[in-house]
Design a protein around this ligand. Structure first.
Ligand SMILES: Cc1ncc(COP(=O)(O)O)c(C=O)c1O
Length: 457
């Protein structure tokens, strides 16, 4: 677990006493960029207010825009969103069933004359096959980009991730391996891309190119400088926790451990395994109920569907709701994201069980015990079915009728109905998260704290 202490306080105090919280010569941002580039073995580091902001700037920096395509993996959605913000069409490559990472063969099949880049995610700290992806990118004269938000100091075949492609991005949001509240860093070994990216994230009086203010602050960098030194210690603990959780499913014939690609050094972030209960006649609702009965904090089904099945990708509502970038007159391709586009992703995502890997050893052991107990319960057939409590039924009905809603909005509606349910925001958030995590899935995230109704029965 991240720990904050004397060094963070000392650094933050220095910034506050200096009276200057923004990038300044010789300040913490300079130090953070230099330290980060050194630790990540990169020539340059560019700091941003969030990884997502840097990712917004990347398509422009590599010269991608209207009419172009970038190949993305569909388990997460960040790079796809960055594409849409640049009027670039995300094109989805399938993933490998054993680790949910981009399948290079599928990526190569998706290349067209419009492709500008392959944007791969080192999902949950497992390095993707960047050697093969780089070869494919070079062969077709396109760029490889890496989303390393989960994979700080992970390496593949002896090289740190983020250095295989032209640009690698890292996130420092509060849930990441190096938390600074919000923040992100891009690394590159390419002088030209370094300059291109830099001039897109800082807005001067009269910018050289269309750019914006995606800056980090000295306050974030002050924390980042201190946290960077602690990352090896965090990862040591997370690796032990990963081992403990893997061990809990090692003898289970119907939960497959996630397999890193040989040559990987994993930087654990979210731990996961694949549910194959049909091998033992165990259904998903039964295992789900067993997990709850055993007190395990394990999510089922991650985002439930690949990115391209989500409405906001299928019906883009930016650019005045005119359907850009898919029907842009500069786009000569056709967006036709039918079910079956990425059959492996569609099959595995709802089967992924996952939990945070970034916990202390005691919590990791408790989670492993609960997981082991859930396996035994499911195999014994002694599982009480999950039922919706009256309040849960009410929440589902409200979100279905009025959503997407956040917990406070739901509470306001419930209070008007005067049924005598008194809940606070934290409790309601827990209920909504619980419903999101329950099979058949009826709620999904529609923003940091908003939930939408999707009956995926
Ligand atoms: C894979 C991935 N990429 C990008 C991001 C965006 O990071 P940030 O929150 O710093 O914008 C996240 C955030 O969770 C992520 O998980």
């Amino acid at each position: 677990m991240p720990k904050f202490g004397k060094e963070e306080i000392r650094n933050l105090t220095k910034v506050i006493e200096s009276g200057c919280f923004c990038d300044k010569r010789g300040g913490f941002m300079d130090q953070f960029r230099a330290d980060f580039a050194r630790e990540l073995h990169a020539k340059h580091a560019v700091a941003g207010g969030a990884a997502m902001l840097l990712m917004h700037a990347i398509p422009g920096a590599i010269g991608a825009g209207a009419g172009d395509e970038i190949i993305c993996d569909p388990v997460v959605q960040f790079h796809g969103i960055a594409c849409l913000h640049n009027n670039v069409v995300p094109v989805w490559a399938d993933v490998r069933p054993d680790n949910f990472l981009m399948d290079p063969a599928s990526a190569e099949k998706r290349i067209t004359k419009r492709t500008k880049a392959i944007w791969v995610t080192h999902l949950w700290g497992f390095p993707a096959e960047v050697d093969k992806l780089k070869k494919i990118a070079d062969k077709h004269g396109i760029i490889l980009l890496e989303d390393c938000a989960h994979a700080l100091t992970a390496s593949y075949k002896g090289k740190l991730v983020g250095n295989w492609g032209a640009i690698g991005t890292f996130s420092f949001n509060m849930g990441k391996q190096l938390p600074t509240g919000e923040g992100g860093m891009a690394i590159t070994n390419d002088d030209r891309l370094f300059a291109e990216l830099n001039r897109r994230i800082i807005f001067g009086e009269s910018p050289e190119v269309l750019s914006s203010n995606y800056r980090m602050t000295e306050l974030q960098a002050a924390v980042g400088v201190a946290q960077l030194k602690k990352v090896p210690g965090y990862l040591k603990e997370y690796r032990q926790v990963r081992g403990i959780l893997d061990e809990a499913v090692a003898d289970c014939s119907w939960l497959d451990q996630r397999k890193p690609v040989p040559g990987s050094v994993v930087a654990p972030y979210i731990w996961s395994a694949l549910f194959r209960g049909e091998r033992k006649g165990i259904t998903q609702p039964v295992f789900h109920a067993a997990l709850r009965q055993a007190g395990a904090h394990i999510w089922f089904g991650f985002t439930q569907r690949p990115a391209y099945m989500y409405d906001f990708f299928r019906n883009p509502n930016a650019y005045g709701n005119k359907g850009c970038p898919y029907n842009c007159h500069l786009y000569t391709g056709k967006v036709d994201w039918k079910e079956g586009l990425c059959p492996v992703a569609e099959e595995v995502i709802p089967r992924i069980i996952s939990t945070s890997n970034m916990v202390g050893l005691a919590k990791g052991r408790a989670e492993a015990r609960a997981l082991g107990e859930a396996i035994r319960l499911a195999e014994s057939g002694n599982v009480k079915p999950l039922e919706y409590a009256p309040l849960e039924k009410e929440v589902l009905a409200i979100v279905k009728a009025r959503g997407p809603l956040d917990p406070m909005e739901v509470i306001a509606i419930i209070e008007k109905k005067k049924k005598g349910w008194h809940t606070d925001e934290h409790y309601m958030f827990g209920i909504m998260e619980g419903l999101r995590d329950r099979f058949p899935y009826k709620l999904s995230h529609a923003g940091p704290r908003k939930f939408a109704y999707h009956d995926l029965t």
